[in-house]
Write a protein that binds this ligand. Structure first.
Ligand code: BGC
Ligand code: ZN
Length: 366
């Protein structure tokens, strides 16, 4: 007589998209190890603004056929089991999975789902696919990036780092249009993205200025300072005076998502310079901008403004390299971004963002 094994279950944090503050613990079937796929045990998950927005019902979409969405898109996991036919992975390997899954468009099919043409991609933990805030998930090897064990304590930062890798790489690629010898960069915002950007730009040897709203004697200002970058409190150094205060600015990364700040960046970037917008504005505000002046400056100064979202696995791989480089140059620097670790059951406290948080982690497995 065949023995039917009872389906194993697991716990996950899920929301009902469109319903504010609906984050809750759900019990659901634990994925099985299918041929060609791997089963991962989740160790920890980073929380970001997107998770908070999804829990505020501003964003998020459940997978087809489900009325809930398991959230979490920044996950560090350990391979629990390797399905038949999968090569290159062993049980116990540390992995971070990418977020976006392709549709049939030309870009997606070429491995650049971050540049999807149709908008019909899915994103794990965000849009149409369950995420990593669960005890287990399964995935195909193409979307898994192996992590060297010595990066274990901060590798969960790889997803946000991949977003910054793209924002920087793309700017340098765009600037191949001219002879470009960038010296000075400005970063707007000192959250995870802003601080990781300061690390990458310092590794490239630029003079880096970070502008944010926290006081100049707090932890994140000290963190920025230890990279040899300058931290400026916008309350004392208003963005309106940015260009006058610093002179020629070659690259600006806008990571606040506040549209008025984005337009100030466009107005402040120097001749032949480039502005990259990565902050996603959640609202629907109307603002007034000096249109003639912005238009004139863009044209007369050959300036470029571009947006950048998400990242394909190439940028995750660059991130692993830069983790190693950054760690050699400033030992312990990446751990300093992790300001709070919260046990799985206290997920509500993790989703609640505090002013002193840089990166909050939800600890799930060991
Ligand atoms: C994620 C990206 C994603 C974007 C939009 C961000 O929080 O890091 O991977 O593409 O949200 O959904
Ligand atoms: Zn596509």
């Amino acid at each position: 007589m065949a023995v039917t094994q009872a389906t194993q279950t697991m716990e996950a944090v899920a929301v009902t998209p469109g319903q504010a503050q609906s984050a809750r613990m759900v019990t659901m079937p634990r994925p099985a190890v299918a041929p060609g796929r791997l089963l991962m045990r989740v160790l920890e998950v980073g929380i970001d603004g997107t998770d908070t927005e999804i829990n505020n019902a501003q964003y998020g979409e459940a997978p087809a056929g489900s009325d809930f969405l398991v959230i979490g898109h920044e996950g560090l996991s350990r391979v629990e089991a390797v399905g038949e036919g999968v090569r290159g992975f062993s049980a116990g390997d540390l992995v971070v999975a990418t977020v976006r899954r392709p549709d049939g468009c030309a870009n997606c099919q070429a491995g650049e789902s971050d540049m999807c043409l149709t908008g019909r991609y899915t994103e794990r933990g965000i849009r149409g696919a369950h995420g990593y805030m669960a005890q287990f998930y399964d995935e195909v090897p193409d979307f898994l990036v192996k992590i060297p064990p010595e990066l274990r304590s901060f590798a969960v930062l790889l997803e946000p780092l991949s977003v910054v890798e793209k924002a920087v790489f793309q700017a340098w690629k765009i600037q191949e249009r001219l002879v470009w010898q960038p010296k000075r960069a400005v970063i707007l915002g000192a959250g995870t993205i802003g601080v990781l950007a300061a690390i990458l730009l310092r590794l490239r040897g630029l003079e880096v200025h970070v502008y944010a709203t926290t006081p100049e004697d707090d932890d994140r200002a000290r963190l920025v300072g230890s990279l040899g970058a300058a931290y400026h409190d916008v309350n004392r150094h208003p963005l309106a005076g940015l260009a006058e205060e610093l002179g020629q600015i070659d690259y600006i990364l806008e990571a606040t998502g506040v549209s008025s700040v984005a337009f100030q960046a466009i107005g402040a970037v120097g001749v032949d310079g480039v502005v990259c917008l990565v902050g996603i504005s959640g609202g629907n505000r109307q603002i007034e901008v000096p249109g003639d002046q912005l238009n004139l400056r863009l044209v007369i100064g050959n300036r470029v403004v571009f947006g950048s979202v998400n990242a394909n696995r190439r940028y995750f791989e660059m991130g692993v390299q830069h983790f190693e480089e950054g760690q050699r140059r400033w030992p312990g620097i990446f751990e300093r971004l992790i300001t709070r670790r919260v046990p799985f059951n206290d997920f509500r406290s993790a989703l609640d963002r505090r002013p002193t948080d840089i990166k909050t982690l939800l600890t799930i497995g060991g």
